[in-house]
Write a protein that binds this ligand. Structure first.
Ligand code: QAP
Ligand code: CO
Length: 168
């Protein structure tokens, strides 16, 4: 296993659109394991392949308290979204230290392949619904800060660029 490097906003590579996985093989399973380890070490509750500079449609999520309930979504497709828009304070491993409110539909139905390449469908609400929508956005090259005002986006950009300079 390996801990992968996480791209930080504003990195242009975060805006690439990910390509579908053609076959769920050992290479993909190894990548899933590395993504899971990267997420657990961070620690985070969700990670999209885009964030580790792999532009393939793969997401790992673990919203459990005990961090022992990994959920893998390969080639996820939004089948349906429903309910009132809900506001949730989101963060992102690619946007460290920034938490902002984002509005999204309260429930989603997503179809995907699991790590064995088997199709499944989930109907998610609450935190899982937020997380799935946030991570599926990454696969489209969208980062949650893009839902904020231009002023907030520009402040976040400056803050993270400054933090990066100081870390170097
Ligand atoms: C996406 O986010 C998410 O700023 C996953 O300094 C977030 O795992 C979905 C993290 C909220 C739904 C609700 C963020 C860790 C982790 C930070 C994460 C940080 C350290 C974010
Ligand atoms: Co994110």
């Amino acid at each position: 296993m390996a801990v992968l490097k996480i791209l930080k906003y504003p990195d242009a590579r975060l805006h690439k659109v990910a390509a579908p996985v053609r076959e769920v093989d050992d290479r993909v399973r190894q990548l899933v394991r590395d993504m899971a380890e990267t997420m657990y070490v961070a620690p985070g509750i969700g990670l999209a392949a885009t964030q580790v500079d792999v532009h393939e449609r793969i997401i790992v999520i673990d919203i459990s308290e005990t961090k022992d309930a990994l959920q893998v979504f390969i080639n996820p497709e939004l089948v349906d979204s429903a309910g009132e828009p809900r506001v949730y304070e989101e963060g992102c491993l690619s946007v460290p230290g920034i938490y902002e409110e984002v509005e999204r539909p309260e429930s989603v139905t997503v179809r995907a392949l699991d790590a064995d390449g088997r199709p499944f469908t989930v109907q998610a609400e609450g935190l899982l619904a937020v997380c799935l929508q946030h991570e599926m956005d990454h696969l489209e090259g969208r980062v949650f800060v893009q839902y904020l005002s231009r002023l907030k986006q520009s402040r976040i950009r400056s803050k993270l660029l400054k933090a990066e300079r100081q870390a170097a």
